[in-house]
Design a protein around this ligand. Structure first.
Ligand code: TRP
Ligand code: ZN
Length: 476
């Protein structure tokens, strides 16, 4: 829900590069040809096609800030056809003659801005919307996109495989990190823009729809179709949005500490359901004692039969793809609810702030359970030979062509353990809680983490962070 200096800069650059196409809204409304006064609003310009992440120049968009997505979809597994109407509430961060949304594939039928039809063009994954009248800087507006088609999941060159909206035999597996949300709804598809979400999902009766947050009312069935409503009221990045569909066994209740808990498993993973439910409850409650209050309205997890082989920390409902999730992956995905989901990165380079923390949480869990200590796990990684690829890849700058490299996870976690040893347990655990509290529902950068570490410890820590995060060699 916050704009970025860099996005403004990108918008400015694109504004300088393009001649203004529209006059300010005010003169359009008056239409009296009065000469602009010194206080005339800035000319409306096209919003930038990217939010300003230089590693992913087309991801997200400039010129506005989304506060709410209302995603209404109808999906038929037999035909793989999706019909959608997504309404986005946004505020302009510049005067806009046009702006972009990210959308991949799918046919657009209509776009309106504030209920007035808008013209639009498409080029690659960019949908450019030109409202009938320019939008004034700071104005709130609603853009509604009606679309349909067979969603095509995104494919990663690296180690992620297929992601986004992935059709399965009985529904869909929806895991969109880093930029797969645009495969199923038009979006400002970058973690720098967080928003609340409402979902209205209509599927054939017998199919369950599982989205983020909590269910609103009870599902309604008519004409052989069931409609589910879900609401995530807390800010969420687009890649954590899900509408995972299929036949599911459910178990619902509350954790011992009282947090609503929903576990779901594809019938093929029925035997995983109880353990998923109880481990999720135990781990969620434990992390509240280490990281501070649970940020969201509910916890849970979904095991689908799509053999992704990995999990994603979808907000309130981590998704496990085609395997019986063991304790440590549940621990990891639930730690992300604090680090990654409540606290989100502004640019993909800082991904270790998600993955390093979630991986270190696995080490903390092992220690908590009286198994191997974090120190023992750290030592084992640290003793890898200097030629190991983990030492060549500095985790503090995740590479766009290899974002989810092992170094971002394991060397990211080692960074936190090195920090713990440097500042002592008391300061370190105070720091984890303070970090989560200071930036709850917001955005974070590596520089901010270094600054807080130095402030709480009273120590100069530049050399430590530089060696662990930024050097292409093994720290001693
Ligand atoms: N963030 C996930 C994890 O470490 C990994 C991941 C990245 C992923 N992109 C994904 C999983 C897309 C599923 C789909 O837990
Ligand atoms: Zn992770």
């Amino acid at each position: 829900m916050r704009s970025r200096k860099v996005a403004l800069l990108a918008a400015l650059i694109s504004a300088l590069a393009c001649a203004p196409v529209d006059g300010p809204r005010q003169s359009v409304e008056r239409g009296d040809g009065a000469p602009p006064s010194a206080s005339a609003p800035a000319a409306a310009m096209p919003g930038a096609p990217g939010i300003g992440d230089t590693d992913f120049p087309k991801d997200g968009n400039g010129g506005y800030d989304v506060s709410h997505y209302d995603i209404a979809i109808r999906y038929t597994p037999a035909t793989k056809r999706l019909d959608g109407v997504t309404t986005i509430q946004a505020a302009a961060t510049q005067a806009l003659s046009s702006f972009n949304l990210d959308l991949s594939g799918l046919d657009v039928r209509q776009v309106t801005v504030d209920d007035t039809p808008a013209t639009y063009t498409r080029q690659g994954d960019e949908l450019t919307v030109r409202p009938a009248r320019p939008i004034g800087n700071s104005s709130r507006f609603a853009v509604k996109v009606s679309y349909s088609g067979v969603p095509e999941p995104a494919k990663d060159q690296g180690n992620l495989g297929t992601y986004g909206f992935v059709p399965t035999a009985d529904g869909a597996f929806v895991a969109s990190e880093p930029n797969g949300s645009k495969t199923w709804f038009p979006a400002n598809d970058h973690p720098a823009d967080k928003a609340a979400f409402d979902f209205t999902i209509t599927v054939p009766a017998g199919v369950t729809a599982l989205a983020n947050g909590e269910m609103v009312g009870q599902p309604t069935t008519a004409g052989g179709k069931t409609t589910y409503r879900w609401r995530e009221r807390n800010p969420m990045v687009t890649y954590l949005a899900t509408a995972t569909l299929g036949k599911f066994e459910l178990r619902q209740g509350r954790t011992p500490a009282g947090i609503a808990n929903l576990a779901a498993a594809d019938p093929r993973f029925k035997s995983s359901l109880d353990r998923l439910y109880t481990t999720t409850a135990e781990v969620t409650d434990h992390w509240t004692t280490v990281f501070g209050p649970y940020p969201f309205g509910s916890t849970g997890g979904v095991v689908d039969d799509y053999a992704a082989g990995y999990a994603l920390e979808n907000q309130t409902k981590p998704l496990y793809g085609g395997f019986d999730p063991g304790e440590s992956i549940i621990v990891h995905e639930l730690a992300h609810q604090w680090f990654g989901n409540s606290l989100s990165i502004r640019r993909w380079k800082d991904l270790w702030l998600n993955e390093g923390f979630a991986t270190y949480a696995e080490w903390l869990w092992s220690e908590h359970k009286g198994r191997r200590t974090a120190e023992a796990i750290f030592t084992q990684y640290h003793s890898r030979p200097a030629t190991d690829p983990i030492w060549k890849y500095p985790p503090g700058r995740a590479r766009p062509d290899d974002l989810f490299n092992q170094s971002v996870y394991s060397r990211g976690a080692m960074t936190l353990h090195a920090l713990r040893k440097a500042v002592g347990d008391q300061t370190f655990f105070q720091l984890l809680k303070q970090w989560a509290a200071d930036h709850r529902y917001g955005h974070v950068t590596t520089d901010e983490f270094v600054a807080l570490s130095e402030r709480l410890s009273g120590k100069e820590l530049d050399a430590l962070f530089d060696a662990w995060l930024f050097q292409p060699r093994r720290p001693s």
